[in-house]
Design a protein around this ligand. Structure first.
Ligand code: SF4
Length: 302
């Protein structure tokens, strides 16, 4: 059976159930890299220039752990997921950067996703990826439909049950992925409700964030994250604060920030990393809004 490697980094937390379903349906086996370690970060950092953002360094570390373990590595180039809203340039160039800095990598499956090019181009890109595993276009189509359903169910599971992506993935796959969730059934023991905002690859990578969620929960705080909101809530909050989003994943920072600043959260923490241009602008927008509203304490951690 063909083995497809998926790095547990960057867009993994958004799309893993969708990607896994697609490859499972086409008869391939999916191999995921282990959780981030300092050795993986160091190995990834050694392959890229120093001012590359931290999550991309981590991503390269994950690719390196998969080199001997799979036949292909799946690295999509996601340019745009919504009309005229664009992704950070690192995502656009990810397959090419990986090929350049990790020449020993197995062949990279590098589908281009850009909804601005229209549905026909999108379907062609999906078929081009799928036909490596199945020549019958109907089988690829069925795999794509199943994958999209898996994505919608995953989103719904997180927002309706207030789960983080690792908790939702664990529930779907039955494989332990997240630290045990604190039991909040005893409200008297709770200290505060803290909302975290930021990209999933920062909030759920315990090595990058120094187990922040676990530490907050251990101190009896209830933790809220962007994935616990519906897409509509995120979109309307983003529109309230900045009008129209420019960056593809702006809702995770600006939308979630605006929503939680106006909700019953006792405080909001924004997580950003070294070397990120888009986040420095987005987090500043949230920080200014917090200062304007003077209702909910806000801090950003880099
Ligand atoms: S948004 Fe920032 S952290 Fe994420 S890949 Fe782009 S530069 Fe890196």
């Amino acid at each position: 059976m063909i083995k497809i490697g998926i790095p547990r980094a960057l867009l993994y937390y958004q799309y893993y159930p969708m990607w896994k379903t697609f490859f499972d349906e086409l008869g391939a086996e999916v191999v995921v890299s282990p959780p981030t370690t300092q050795a993986m970060l160091s190995a990834g950092s050694s392959r890229v220039v120093a001012d590359t953002c931290l999550p991309v360094k981590v991503f390269m570390g994950h690719v390196l752990t998969l080199v001997e373990k799979c036949d292909y590595i799946f690295i999509p180039a996601i340019r745009s997921m919504k009309s005229k809203i664009y992704n950070c340039s690192k995502f656009l160039g990810l397959p090419d950067i990986t090929k350049a800095v990790i020449p020993e990598s197995p062949p990279i499956l590098d589908i281009d996703i850009d909804v601005n090019k229209g549905k026909h181009e999108l379907y062609q890109a999906i078929y081009k990826l799928g036909r490596r595993f199945a020549w019958n276009p109907l089988r690829v189509r069925q795999a794509a439909i199943a994958a999209w359903q898996a994505y919608l169910s995953y989103r719904q599971l997180m927002s309706s049950h207030s789960l983080t992506p690792p908790q939702a993935i664990e529930r779907i796959s039955g494989t332990p992925e997240a630290e045990p969730k604190t039991d909040f059934s005893q409200p008297t023991s709770r200290q505060a409700t803290i909302a975290l905002i930021g990209h999933p690859y920062l909030l759920y990578d315990d090595h990058i964030n120094h187990r922040l969620i676990h530490r907050l929960e251990q101190a009896n705080n209830r933790v809220l994250t962007p994935e616990m909101l519906t897409e509509e809530e995120l979109e309307s909050a983003t529109a309230r604060l900045v009008g129209r989003a420019y960056w593809t994943y702006e809702e995770e920072v600006v939308g979630a920030g605006e929503h939680y600043l106006g909700s019953s959260a006792d405080g909001v923490i924004g997580i950003i990393t070294f070397g990120c241009g888009p986040d420095s602008l987005m987090m500043d927008t949230v920080q200014r809004q917090a200062a304007r509203l003077r209702a909910t304490p806000f801090m950003s951690l880099t």
